[in-house]
Design a protein around this ligand. Structure first.
Ligand code: ZN
Length: 327
């Protein structure tokens, strides 16, 4: 399924953050109790969320995708194959577990789950509700962390999953170091500027690897030893040569593609002449609201300029700004 045509069917909606906002209780205290975990894992009301090679299980691909979890009663075969099982949380009496079946090849993996397809969550994210997108992002993010922490970062010995999959412990008796799920902080920012005349403008850029015409807000990873505000200012100057001030936090979004938390800001430019770093971006440009309202959708196969993906916090930052400026 291509993103463009599906996006085009969406009616305008109030901006919201996808991949977060589910009301699952993560059961931070209970999950330390192995007996409780085993009881929940055996409970017939529990549900299993299979993940295969970082892809999520989706039914109804096309215009009406829905995420799919599997009744515990029908999941013995999945749990036997899974090399990692992680508690995601509980909703009332129902516990949700993510199960990684990546050791299977593609065809057996699909045969194991009977229906639906394993797809990149971003392919259907804009069409999913809050709960569904949050649960799938959580499952994908947790299992990716397990994949990348099979060995101890201190001594190199194998690690074992503990606490329902929310900790890994080094198996070396001399070391025994614990490691915990990590997410990499990245800042993403809408930088604005009020020219002497005309409507306010915002700064967008594009990477050379993106499909033609696609633009987004600037973004980058936070480095050790800097505040979020400093990271915002550094990235904007590095990528576009623009100095800024008045950095204000707006919202955040888990972005498990593969392992980030996106921290969204607005900032105001104090200079406007753009000098791009060609190693980071291919182009950057000031756009006003009337410009943006002519943009098409990310993935559209045409020659127009395109807004960022509907499921991204970049899009959220732009849409909330458009609401504010009202031009
Ligand atoms: Zn170790």
């Amino acid at each position: 399924m291509r993103g463009g045509p599906a996006y085009a069917k969406l009616a305008p909606m109030k901006p919201f953050i996808r991949y977060a906002g589910g009301d699952l209780d993560r059961a931070g205290i209970f999950r330390k109790d192995e007996t409780w975990i085993l009881e929940k894992l055996a409970h017939p009301q529990s549900r299993i969320v299979p993940v295969w090679r970082n892809l999520n299980l989706i039914d109804g691909l096309g215009s009406n995708p829905t995420t799919r979890s599997i009744d515990r009663a029908n999941a013995d075969h999945i749990l036997e194959i899974a090399h990692q099982i992680t508690l995601l949380g509980i909703a009332g009496e129902v516990a949700y577990f993510a199960a990684d079946i990546s050791s299977l090849e593609e065809e057996p993996a699909h045969a194991l789950v009977n229906s639906g397809r394993f797809v990149d969550l971003r392919q259907v994210g804009p069409l999913l509700g809050v709960e569904e997108s949050a649960l799938m992002a959580h499952a994908r993010g947790m299992l990716f962390w397990h994949q990348k922490h099979q060995h101890c970062g201190v001594c190199g010995a194998p690690t074992q999953s503990r606490e329902g999959g929310h900790m890994r412990k080094c198996t070396s008796t001399e070391c025994g170091a614990p490691s915990f799920p990590r997410t990499d902080p990245a800042v993403i920012m809408l930088i604005t500027h009020q020219p002497p005349s005309g409507p306010p403008q915002c700064l967008l850029g594009r990477q050379a690897l993106w499909p033609a015409g696609n633009y987004s807000t600037l973004a980058g990873f936070v480095e050790p030893g800097e505040s979020l505000e400093e990271a915002v200012a550094r990235e904007v100057f590095e990528e576009a040569g623009i100095h800024i001030h008045n950095v204000t936090y707006q919202a955040s979004q888990p972005w498990p593609f593969p392992a980030s938390i996106m921290l969204g800001f607005w900032g105001e430019a104090t200079t406007t002449e753009i000098t791009i770093d060609e190693h980071e971006i291919e182009a950057a440009q000031w756009f006003d609201a009337p410009d943006l309202r002519k943009f098409g959708e990310w993935g559209d196969d045409d020659t127009a300029l395109h807004l960022p993906r509907r499921d991204s916090i970049s899009r959220f930052l732009i849409e909330t700004w458009l609401t504010k400026v009202g031009v």
